[in-house]
Design a protein around this ligand. Structure first.
Ligand SMILES: CC(C)(COP(=O)(O)OP(=O)(O)OC[C@H]1O[C@@H](n2cnc3c(N)ncnc32)[C@H](O)[C@@H]1OP(=O)(O)O)[C@@H](O)C(=O)NCCC(=O)NCCS
Length: 200
């Protein structure tokens, strides 16, 4: 079955890269922002033109936006899972529908990658972690063992989350942060040790 990639921006093109590495045929993109154009020679259609029962993967960086689009497209098509052939996914790890694991990523054993989660290139996720739906680990971040990432969490590039911590729903860990304590839902933390970013 040919894959449709939802979102034709930077993440969309990176998802295309993963599909190419897997020899997965890609039919095109669905993206209301640039429908009617072509990206890397592939057609971009509006979201409502996703064909019935088509396989799709939502390639949108923002977790809440990704989950909204996923809910809409799941009424029509079927969420696919893409795991780059040059990533490592350990034994007893489950990879949810719509999840993405990019090149060079290392996901250890007994991990639960929930639906529509993303682990980007060269990021690591330790043993026994749970990533709830939509959680995202950006390039080069290291999430230690037995960490729980709530729904729609973002771990910024190069950040480190120490073992056993819980990052609450919708929280954002800034690029390069070192997280040493649980992070409350909806909070943005930065720095080493990570502290809440003062509201502007
Ligand atoms: C933390 C983050 C979400 C804050 O974004 P934001 O709310 O737009 O914040 P701003 O850019 O307005 O910055 C606010 C302040 O926080 C500081 N800041 C921002 N990100 C920071 C970080 N990662 N570490 C330390 N300080 C940071 C800024 O310097 C600024 O400080 P100032 O007020 O003293 O000038 C964002 O900067 C970030 O790190 N996101 C992760 C994104 C990522 O990893 N992208 C990679 C994609 S591949």
């Amino acid at each position: 079955v040919d894959l449709w990639i939802a979102g034709a921006g930077g993440v969309g093109r990176e998802v295309l890269d993963v599909a190419l590495a897997l020899d997965t045929a890609v039919a095109g993109f669905v993206d209301d922002g640039c429908s009617g154009t072509a990206v890397r020679g592939l057609p971009v259609r509006p979201m409502h033109e996703l064909p019935e029962r088509a396989a799709f993967l939502v390639a949108i960086g923002d977790p809440e936006a990704r989950l909204r689009v996923a809910t809409r497209l799941e009424a029509v098509g079927e969420a696919a899972t893409l795991v780059h052939p040059r990533s490592i996914v350990g034994p007893f790890t489950s990879v949810g529908a719509g999840a993405l694991v990019s090149g060079g990523a290392f996901v250890s054993s007994s991990v639960e990658l929930g639906p529509h989660t993303q682990v980007h290139y060269n990021a690591t996720v330790g043993h026994d972690c749970v990533l709830e739906e939509g959680s995202t680990v950006l390039p080069g971040a290291n999430v230690a063992g037995a960490v729980r990432l709530g729904r729609a969490v973002t771990i910024g590039s190069g950040a480190i989350v120490l073992q056993g911590l819980t990052i609450g729903d919708g929280a954002v860990v800034g690029a390069g942060a070192v997280v040493t304590k649980d992070v409350a839902p909806g909070t943005t933390v930065v720095g080493n040790p990570a502290r809440p970013l003062d509201p502007a």
